[in-house]
Design a protein around this ligand. Structure first.
Ligand code: 13P
Length: 251
């Protein structure tokens, strides 16, 4: 059985004061013991969050990391080794906002994924299609290509120590959620693509859904056979709402 996971991506939100408030809210949550829970604060606040959540079983990750594993001359970047040193255990790779707004391409993301794993971080690979691609019937082709890029470069074995998040771009921050069946169909295709290479890895890897997940729709989404939890944006900035989503992934 795969252990469910719920992760909050705080994106570029927060101030020291609002982060302190959110930490306080998280500390007071009753969290399920059968769900892995993580938050991804902006890098600037990672130390504050790790200190503030001490003793609470919430992992902390970064939203991005460098293409090189170790510290060195790479202005403006943060090395996976530095994230490990800070106490992070996870890192997002290839969020659609970075693919689309920053222009990160598959080649860069392959390097980030490999560098993160080289330091023992668990990469959470984010993949998903735009509305235009979905309407053109290209969803599985696009998602298959994004996933295939890592498989080709690093081998399917890389997914023995990774998580995948399917996040349709049209559902991110829009209030439009993929229906549980739409999400399940893509998750099943992702698992089948991995299974064609290695069925054990395909069965073990956790596939999270992301895109306007709230407490109100989480139970239905997480009830689908290939949806192993969620990557939550806006709703993760509210501790009580996030806690309810975490509980929806339990038992
Ligand atoms: P929302 O939950 O705000 O739609 O964001 C999803 C997301 O992008 C998480 O990485």
């Amino acid at each position: 059985m795969r252990r469910p996971m719920v992760a909050g991506n705080w994106k570029m939100h927060g101030t020291r004061a609002s982060v302190a408030e959110l930490i306080n809210g998280l500390r007071h949550l009753a969290l399920p013991s059968d769900v892995d829970i993580a938050v991804f604060p902006p890098c600037l606040y990672i130390n504050q969050v790790i200190d503030g959540l001490e003793g609470k079983s919430i992992s902390v990750g970064a939203q991005n990391s460098a293409v090189e594993a170790m510290q060195g001359a790479l202005t403006g970047e943060i090395a996976p080794s530095q994230l490990v040193d800070a106490g992070c255990s996870l890192v997002l790779v290839g969020h659609s906002e970075r693919r689309q707004i920053i222009g990160e391409c598959d080649g860069t993301l392959n390097r980030k994924f490999a560098a993160a794993q080289a330091c023992g971080l668990i990469p959470v690979l984010c993949i998903g299609e735009t509305l235009e691609q979905r309407e053109a019937g290209k969803t599985l082709e696009v998602v298959g290509r994004q996933l295939g890029s890592i498989i080709e470069e690093l081998g399917v074995g890389a997914f023995a120590r990774a998580v995948i998040a399917y996040e349709p771009v049209w559902a991110i921050g829009t209030g439009l959620t993929a229906s549980p069946q739409q999400a399940q169909d893509v998750h099943a295709a992702i698992r089948a693509q991995l299974a064609a290479e290695n069925s054990e890895i395909a069965q073990g890897v956790r596939l999270l859904y992301g895109g306007s997940v709230k407490a109100a729709n989480a139970v239905e989404l997480f009830g689908m056979p290939d949806i192993d939890g969620g990557l939550i944006g806006g709703a993760s900035l509210n501790a009580d709402e996030f806690g309810a989503i975490c509980r929806a992934a339990g038992n």
